[in-house]
Design a protein around this ligand. Structure first.
Ligand code: TXA
Ligand code: MG
Length: 344
C-alpha cells in the first residue's frame, strides 16, 4: 500500500489510481473511506474483497457537486431540501437508483445511498476523477471505523486489494454519516450521525427513527438497511456499556472484574476514579461531539491491550449528537447496557 500525502501531486496520483480501477483509502470529515470508481463493477468488487465485506451490504456513493446528484438517483423534493441544508457534510440519503449504478454497489437493491462530503481532500479527489466514488469505512469488516490514519495502516497496509492510502490526519466527526432513507412514505433515520434528528426535523418534520437505531433486531426481521443487521465495531474482549454515575459504575466494575484484565473507557476527568484499571478517557458527556470524535479510537485502543478480557464503557444519554455515539456503543457491546444505579 502506497502512502500518499494531501499535496496536489499526490491527489493527482490518487485520482490516476482510481481511474485505473484501484481502491484508495481517503480521509473524509466522518471516517476514512476505502474508495473506488462507483461506476466500475470490478473496482467496486475490489472494495468488498479488501474489507471482507458481506456482498449483501450496499455502499454509499460520494459526489462532489450537486449536478451529479440526479445522474445516479431520482431525488425527491425532500432530498433536495436536505441537500440544500446539509451538503456538503455528514449526511447520506437513500433514493431510487438509476441504472448507471452497478448492482455491486447497491448489493442488488433498487435504491442507492448518496452523500456529498465536506472534506476538502475527498471533494478534490472526486472532482479530479469526474465520477462518483463508492466508499465504505476503510476498516476490515466488523472492526471499529478508522478515524485516524494509523487505523487505516493497521487494518489495510498489507492488503493486496488496496493500492494506496492518503494521510489526512484525524477525522473531525469521528462517527459515520447520518443515513436517511427517502424511499418510504416518511423520511426514516437508519443510522444516526453528526447531523442530528433535531437538525433533520427542521427540514423534514415527519422524519421517523428506525427501531434498529436503538434496539436489537429480532433474528427473523428484515433490516431496512442491511448495515443494521451485521455485527459491527466490536472489540474482541467482552464489552459492556454502563449508564449511571461514575461511583455506581465503579462499584459495578469492582464486583465483576474478578481479577480479569479490565479496561474502562471513561469520561475526561474520571481517570483517578477508575485508576485500578486501564483507563481510556474519550471526551465529555456534556459535549457529545468530543465523544463521537474519539469513540472508535478508544475502542481500538482497548482492543489493543494485551490479554484484556473486559471493556466497560461509560455511556452518555442518547440525545442530540450523543445518539450516534450510543448507537455505535450498542453495536460494539452487542446491546449489553447496564444502568449501574440499579445495582447499588
Ligand atoms: O460517513 C460515512 O458514511 C462513511 C464515509 C466513508 O463516507 N461511509 C460509511 O460507509 O460509513 P459504510 O459502508 O461503512 O456504511 C454505509 C451504510 C451501511 O449501513 C449500509 O447498509 C447502508 O449505509 N446503505 C448503503 N446503501 C443502502 C441502501 N441502498 N439502502 C439501505 N441502506 C444502505
Ligand atoms: Mg462501515
Amino acid at each position: 500500500m502506497l502512502i500518499l500525502s494531501t499535496s496536489s501531486e499526490d491527489l493527482l496520483m490518487c485520482s490516476r489510481l482510481l481511474k485505473n480501477g484501484n481502491t484508495v483509502a481517503v480521509p473524509t470529515e466522518t471516517v476514512y473511506g476505502l474508495a473506488a470508481n462507483a461506476l466500475d463493477e470490478d473496482a467496486v468488487k475490489r472494495i468488498f474483497l479488501a474489507k471482507g465485506r458481506p456482498a449483501d451490504n450496499p455502499l454509499i456513493i460520494h459526489i462532489s457537486d450537486i449536478s451529479m446528484f440526479p445522474e445516479y438517483c431520482f431525488p425527491t423534493r425532500s432530498a433536495f431540501l436536505l441537500a440544500d441544508n446539509f451538503w456538503p457534510g455528514p449526511l447520506t440519503v437513500i433514493l431510487p437508483k438509476k441504472t448507471v449504478v452497478p448492482s455491486a454497489v447497491t448489493a442488488g437493491l433498487s435504491s442507492v445511498a448518496v452523500r456529498m462530503p465536506s472534506h476538502p481532500v475527498a471533494k478534490r479527489i472526486i472532482s479530479l476523477c469526474g465520477f462518483p466514488l463508492a466508499a465504505p469505512s476503510a476498516n476490515i469488516s466488523g472492526k471499529p471505523s478508522p478515524t485516524r490514519f494509523e487505523h487505516v495502516v493497521n487494518d489495510l497496509s498489507r492488503n493486496e486489494f488496496v493500492a494506496a492510502a492518503i494521510d489526512g490526519g484525524r477525522c473531525e466527526c469521528g462517527v459515520e454519516s447520518t443515513v436517511v432513507s427517502l424511499i418510504g412514505d416518511h423520511p426514516c433515520l437508519l443510522r444516526p450521525g453528526a447531523v442530528t434528528v433535531e437538525m433533520l426535523r427542521t427540514v423534514v418534520p415527519d422524519l421517523t427513527v428506525a427501531d434498529a437505531v436503538l434496539q436489537k433486531l429480532p433474528q427473523n426481521e428484515k433490516a431496512l438497511s442491511p448495515g443494521l443487521k451485521h455485527k459491527h465495531y466490536a472489540p474482541a474482549a467482552e464489552t459492556v456499556c454502563l449508564t449511571g454515575s461514575a461511583e455506581s459504575s465503579l462499584r459495578y466494575i469492582k464486583a465483576r472484574a474478578e481479577g480479569k484484565k479490565t479496561a474502562v473507557i471513561c469520561f475526561d476527568g474520571e481517570e483517578e476514579i477508575f485508576s485500578d484499571y486501564t483507563v481510556i478517557p474519550y471526551g465529555l458527556p456534556e459535549k457529545p461531539e468530543t465523544l463521537a470524535e474519539n469513540v472508535f479510537a478508544a475502542l481500538r485502543k482497548a482492543d489493543g491491550i494485551k490479554d484484556c478480557e473486559r471493556i466497560f464503557v461509560r455511556c452518555a444519554p442518547p440525545e442530540g449528537k450523543g445518539l450516534a455515539v450510543y448507537n455505535r456503543l450498542l453495536r460494539a457491546s452487542d446491546f449489553k447496557v447496564v444502568n449501574t444505579e440499579e445495582y447499588v
